[in-house]
Design a protein around this ligand. Structure first.
Ligand SMILES: N[C@@H](CCC(=O)N[C@@H](CS)C(=O)NCC(=O)O)C(=O)O
Length: 231
């Protein structure tokens, strides 16, 4: 697989339409698949109004292990980006969705509070997503949907932890409209995982503050577009 040659998407009508919307900007290359971690970044790119090309990395077919892709993401996971206009105007390749969100915030000045106090609160909830929600919900999905054999201990352990994390979210969102007060990369990181509530067998009505937050974020046009990537 060659990741840097001209790919079909770069001559597709969608690409041409994007170029028309952003005539002088260079495109960010997004390497992704239809998972919550991938969609964090497509939602952020849409929210920021940054032009980007989508490269599908089929993780079910093992494309994340291709040498060309490992040059971008040494950890062999999606998502990754290549920004041709990185720091100092030079290209930068980035892995880890949380780091990518922080990078795109810094690049655009969007979705991370400007003042230190708000910024650190947002980073705290972003790390809560990265360290807890993603890994734990991911384990629930694995043991409920993909494990070769039923493992009741693992299902019980990770479901219990998932429920505990929903309670933490619900309490926080009962005292704050968004995780960091204002809409931020902490919400952008968390939303795609909560959007998989059916996969991890959660009734959002049990968590009314999460439900209120989930509905508000899901109504944002940029979120709708980002959640549909890759097509
Ligand atoms: N901490 C990483 C996690 C990335 C991750 O686990 N990606 C999954 C898809 S959601 C993946 O690429 N899995 C492929 C594999 O495990 O081989 C991030 O947030 O970017």
């Amino acid at each position: 697989m060659r990741l840097f040659q001209v790919i079909p998407e770069t001559v597709s009508p969608r690409y041409t339409a994007r170029l028309a919307r952003f005539p002088r900007k260079k495109m960010i290359e997004l390497y992704t698949w239809g998972t919550p971690n991938g969609r964090k970044v497509s939602v952020m790119l849409e929210e920021c109004g940054l032009p980007y090309n989508v490269h599908k990395i089929n993780i079910g077919a093992g494309e994340q292990f291709a040498p060309d892709y490992l040059a971008i993401n040494p950890n062999a996971k999606i998502p990754s980006i290549v920004d041709p206009e990185g720091p100092d105007g030079k290209p930068i390749a980035m892995m880890e969705s949380g780091a990518i969100l922080i990078y795109l915030s810094a690049k655009t000045g969007k979705f991370l509070p400007q003042r230190d106090r708000g910024k650190y609160v947002a980073l705290q909830w972003l790390m809560f997503q990265m360290g807890h929600i993603g890994p734990m919900f991911g384990q629930v999905h694995h043991f409920l949907r993909s494990a070769k054999e039923p493992v009741p201990y693992a299902i019980e352990r990770y479901t219990k932890e998932k429920d505990r994390l929903y309670s933490v979210l619900d309490k926080r969102l009962g005292e704050s409209e968004y995780l960091a007060g204002e809409y931020s990369i902490a919400d952008i990181a968390t939303y795609p995982w909560v959007a998989r509530y059916e996969w991890h067998k959660t009734d959002l009505n049990v968590y009314p503050n999460v439900k209120r937050w989930f509905d508000a974020i899901g109504a944002r046009p940029a979120v709708k577009r980002g959640m549909a990537v890759p097509s």
